[in-house]
Write a protein that binds this ligand. Structure first.
Ligand code: UDX
Length: 449
């Protein structure tokens, strides 16, 4: 099928590349010329495992193109994806101005034939109808007023995780399609059929991927509810971890014990320094904001957010317990990004930890496999970025594992302990092997264990 994806952020680019890989002819649009130039040369503007390789092969096969020409993209696609950002405004509300601009642009460029306009961006509930209105508005302002233009809007929320975005796209748990129009749903089903049939999945023998067809508002709500549930699940286990710390229990054992109950499930029960990233913080706040707009006060979601705020400072509190005064002490951070296998620093717990350490007068050094390599410091103030994890330990009073990058499992901790006067490590993700660290000479402090 002919597909146009507007917006080449994480969601848009991964969607475009993966749809092209499964056989569709995709044009990706971005209004950032620099980015388009980069992508045209076969380079991915984001770090995402496996993405560049797929990009190359699809471009070579002639099924993937990049342009800033919206008219050309709209003309090409029978299915038009809106995949631009909806960042949070200071009030917590989603900033939908980019979605609005794209919807208007689509209206201004629609030329004959039936099109499905798909909301892939996470948009406030009710945006499906609003997008239809804006497209109509764009159409109405045209002088040529084309006659045979026909379109429907579908909400198709995205559940991919950064760092495993390609894997998640080919191995989805479900596909959600929200619309009250059968023709639009049928076209979306045709688009996704290869994924439904698991033709590109790691395990093609599994039963077909469930397709959940709903009305527009429910599809939009599914996305918010899924993210809010997962964020709450993490805040829940973090609260349990804080109690474990006080009563002398081990949250990793507790999580294993409760996770075996199939009603609870074992995923997203890793206690640590809290959730961050481009989705959870923004989407939970947006849902709270929507509820408030409709005169409902969200008690559980408010609590999930406040537990998370406090949790980000747990590592600093533990440093204070171990080192007492932090003024003048040197703290080494292992990892900076909000999670491993990404270069994304949006709402990363590291930012709050750094802010607090700065406030307390500590000196900060950091090593992150991606941030150190890229040479970008992401505007971090008073942080010395090291290019080698093992060198990081030199002259540090304590280390904090902030991001659970795999390579941190196999560092030479013996060597690192030797260059520290009093080796302490706060494992902010309960990720490292405690006995291995203790054998290497570290005083190991986990979260809730
Ligand atoms: C999330 C959702 O998982 C995805 O479905 C949605 O489309 C976008 O938001 P992402 O932000 O990429 O994906 O990361 P995810 O792997 O979900 O982790 C989010 C945060 O929670 C990270 O900071 C991570 O470190 C933290 N986390 C995750 C925990 O602290 N404990 C866990 O058990 C799992």
């Amino acid at each position: 099928m002919r597909v146009c994806v507007i917006g080449t952020g994480y969601v848009g680019l991964v969607t475009g590349v993966c749809l092209s890989h499964i056989g569709h002819h995709v044009i990706c649009i971005d209004n950032n010329e620099e980015k388009v130039k980069l992508m045209k040369s076969g380079q991915s503007p984001i770090y995402e495992p496996g993405l560049s390789e797929l990009m190359h092969s699809c471009m070579e096969a002639g099924r993937l193109e990049f342009t800033s020409d919206l008219a050309a993209g709209v003309d090409h696609g029978e299915i038009l994806f809106i995949a631009v950002g909806t960042p949070a405004l200071p009030t917590g509300e989603s900033d939908t101005r980019y979605v609005e601009a794209v919807a208007r642009g689509i209206g201004e460029n629609l030329n004959g034939g039936y099109k499905v306009i798909v909301n892939k961006s996470t948009v406030p509930i009710g945006s499906g109808d609003w997008v239809r209105m804006i497209v109509m508005d764009g159409l109405a302002k045209r002088e040529d007023s084309p006659r045979d233009v026909e379109f429907d809007v579908v909400s198709n929320p995205e559940f991919l995780r950064e760092g495993s975005a390609v894997y998640d796209t080919f191995n989805p748990d479900r596909i959600v399609l929200g619309s009250n129009n059968d023709k639009a749903i049928a076209m979306m089903q045709e688009l996704y059929q290869p994924l439904v049939d698991r033709k590109f999945a790691d395990d093609p023998s599994l039963p077909p991927v469930p397709v959940v067809v709903t009305d527009l508002n429910s599809a939009e709500m599914i996305k918010y509810a899924a993210n809010a549930f997962l964020a709450t699940k993490i805040s829940f286990i973090n609260e349990v971890a804080n109690i474990c710390d006080r009563v002398g229990a081990d949250v990793t054992q507790v999580a294993a014990g409760i996770g075996l109950d199939s009603r609870i499930g074992n995923k997203f029960l890793q206690a640590g320094i809290g959730w961050g990233g481009s989705c959870f913080p923004k989407d939970v706040l947006a849902l709270i904001h929507t509820a408030t707009d409709y005169n409902y006060e969200t008690e559980l979601l408010n609590a999930a957010v406040s537990v998370n705020k406090r949790q980000r400072l747990i590592a600093v509190e533990k440093l204070q317990q171990e080192l007492k005064i932090l003024k003048g002490k040197t703290i080494g951070l292992l990892g900076l990004t909000f999670k491993p296998d990404t270069d994304d620093m949006r709402d990363a717990p590291a930012l709050i930890i750094i802010e607090q350490l700065n406030r307390l007068g500590a000196k900060i050094k950091a090593y992150d496999p991606i941030v150190s390599q890229s040479g970008l410091s992401h505007g971090l103030s008073n942080v010395l970025i090291e290019t080698d994890a093992e060198m990081l330990a030199d002259s540090c009073d304590a280390l904090v594992l902030v991001t659970d990058w795999k390579e941190f499992l196999s560092l030479n901790y013996g060597k690192m302990a030797q260059v520290m006067a009093n080796p302490v490590i706060i494992d902010g993700r309960n990720f490292l092997d405690r006995s291995k660290l203790e054998m290497a000479g570290f005083h190991y402090v986990g979260i809730g264990r």
